[in-house]
Ligand binder design. Sequence first.
Ligand code: IMP
Ligand code: MG
Length: 186
Amino acid sequence: MKEILLNEKQIENICIDIASKLESKFKESEKAPVFIGVLKGALNFTIDLIKHIKIPLLTDYIQISSYVGTKTSGTITLKKDISLDVEGRDVVIIEDIVDSGISMNYLIKRFKAAEVKSVTVVCLIDKACARKVPVQVDYSGYVMKEPKFIVGYGLDYEEYFRNVPYIYVLDEKEIKEVEKLVNNHD
Ligand code: IMP
Ligand code: MG
């Protein structure tokens, strides 16, 4: 039996709840806020979240990497930057998981350096118990009490499982199965 952390309905309710908070926060803004999804993990969450926001907004995507298998490497590489000019705008960073906090710290610094008006941090899952560096998180969908490795709804292990529509805890058997696929270059 799979240990499901968040099913499809729970994910939808989280999106509706955070979307309404963000809509209230930015409804008086002079310039449209820019919602920036962090690829690839937060792609599903970003798309589902913005569907429920009824004020004008812009979207963009950034891609960084820090993970090797189930472990964070601690070193961040910028793989794809945003294409919009965000200077003077409210920026909302949308992440799948804040784990050690290293990735989010990097992202916050990157946008503050671009002289944005404000930075708001949203994540679907906050692994607060695994934090290595303190970091700003303004809205989170679910706070994990034990740091387990999870997949589905955009979250991957070795690029697999992103297509699963819910989020669950990956078990040892599945890790071995994926390792076989990776070794066969499938
Ligand atoms: P941090 O820099 O340690 O906070 O790492 C954050 C990133 O690691 C997230 O954006 C995820 O992409 C990835 N990550 C952390 N925990 C998990 C997990 O349990 N499953 C899949 N990816 C994870
Ligand atoms: Mg990520």
